[in-house]
Design a protein around this ligand. Structure first.
Ligand code: ATP
Ligand code: MG
Length: 396
């Protein structure tokens, strides 16, 4: 019965003259998400509403699931479309709609009519009360409640008539691309994919950078990160993933710097290189999966010392999250199973037994001076040899 969906969106409605851009971005993301399904659709957009109509075969559940991953959508209403728009015909169709949609018919309800076609000769209130009367005749146990009805039955009169009563929740947030772009430091862990998801939810397009250390880290560890990027891309849209060979830098740090400072110095080089690619890609911020106190490199002192090398703002959406809260989101968005695969990550190989937890900036800077002979060349080489992988949102 349902071949058409009305897409409702929230926050973008309040954006004044930017509204057009927001709607355009949302429509683009909807088309992209639906392209990843087996169905064929027309997506149209008029008078502050977005309509998704099947143009060929489609699967209902798959369509809903795809739309539920498009940020900016607050609700999805499956619609019954009726060709005939005479009032008796509409009433009859509403009754049939209730018959087909619900098992029981004892709810309180109200009819909400909207005349998108202003030339329709009968005022909305009259249409509603006429249809309401017919519903009461057909289902004597139902009753009208205009304030807190159990069912809000919507009748939208266009060239055709759209009837719907359910709104399936969407993910909320804002359409990706409406709030600029940022560079995500994406590792194979649980946290950074969640951080990327959260920033994308605010409408920010994501680019990503991953540091690996072959041969100390394997091809499978890299593939895991590519897979995670693809899973985030389902929500965030296409992701440009820069894969940086970090081995020389890491070995140099290991050789020349105090071992209790390895992680913090490594993190600083990651940030520097990430910022390089961010600037190149036009990103206005960096994003990490850090959370206060989670590990030695994420104490407030460590975060401050890491932050000191960055000029761009660093967004840390998980900063105040407990691990379990992060895990819950990763389960919800489908990255958890991949994140816990046991492949080595470039940080776990060179970790110190007792890393500093309260690094002091000038001490760390002094340690880094020991790298002066080689680090410029190594960073340059790492940047030049980085591989770019275009991760597609739909996987097709
Ligand atoms: P995650 O689960 O995201 O790996 P983590 O708890 O393992 O996080 P760290 O290893 O300290 O934390 O890393 C903190 C953040 O630094 C990560 O969330 C990520 O944003 C970034 N990061 C760490 N390692 C890498 C890497 N190899 N490539 C890219 N970014 C990284
Ligand atoms: Mg990690």
């Amino acid at each position: 019965m349902f071949h058409t969906f009305i897409v409702k969106y929230g926050e973008i409605g309040i954006k004044g003259k930017n509204r057009y851009l927001f709607e355009e971005a949302l429509v683009k993301r909807i088309r992209q998400a639906l392209h990843g399904t087996d169905g064929d659709f027309d997506v149209t957009w008029e008078q502050g509403r977005i309509y998704v109509e099947r143009s060929g075969s489609f699967d209902y559940d798959e369509t809903i699931q795809a739309l539920q991953k498009v940020f900016g959508i607050v609700g999805i209403s499956p619609v019954k479309v009726v060709e005939e728009n005479s009032l008796p015909q509409i009433s009859e169709e509403v009754v049939r709609f209730l018959q087909d949609t619900y098992k029981v018919h004892d709810q309180s309800f109200k009819i909400v009519t909207r005349r998108a076609k202003k030339s329709y000769p009968i005022p909305s209130m009259e249409v509603s009360s006429e249809i309401g009367g017919k519903v009461l005749e057909a289902f004597p146990d139902m009753h009208v409640d205009v304030h807190t009805p159990q069912l809000e039955i919507h009748v939208e009169i266009r060239d055709q008539v759209y009837i719907y009563s359910e709104t399936i929740p969407g993910p909320g947030g804002m359409p990706v691309g409406t709030n600029g772009s940022a560079m995500l430091l994406l590792s194979g862990g649980i946290d950074s994919p969640v951080a990327g998801y959260m920033i994308a939810k605010r409408g920010v397009k994501i680019d990503a950078v991953y540091f690996h250390a072959p041969p100390y880290t394997s091809e499978r560890a890299k593939q895991k990160v590519v897979d995670l990027a693809a899973q985030v891309a389902v929500y965030a849209g296409d992701i440009r993933l820069h894969v940086v060979n970090f081995t020389d830098i890491q070995l140099a740090i290991y050789e020349k710097c105090p071992h209790d400072e390895l992680t913090i110095i490594m993190r600083r080089y990651m940030m520097r290189i990430a910022e390089h690619f961010a600037v190149e890609d036009g990103d206005k911020a960096l994003v990490t999966g850090e959370s206060i106190g989670q590990v030695a490199s994420q104490t407030i002192q460590s975060l401050a010392v890491t932050n000191a090398v960055c000029t761009l703002p660093v967004f840390r959406p998980l900063i105040a999250f407990d691990k379990q809260d992060i895990i819950d989101i990763s389960l919800k968005i489908g990255t958890y199973e991949t994140s816990i695969l046991p492949f080595e990550d470039c940080c776990t190989i060179f970790v110190a037994k007792h890393p500093v937890t309260k690094p002091v900036l000038h001490v760390i800077e002094r340690s880094e001076e020991k790298l002066n002979d080689v680090i410029g060349d190594f960073v340059k080489k790492a940047v030049e040899t980085a591989e770019l992988i275009e991760v597609k949102a739909s996987g097709r």
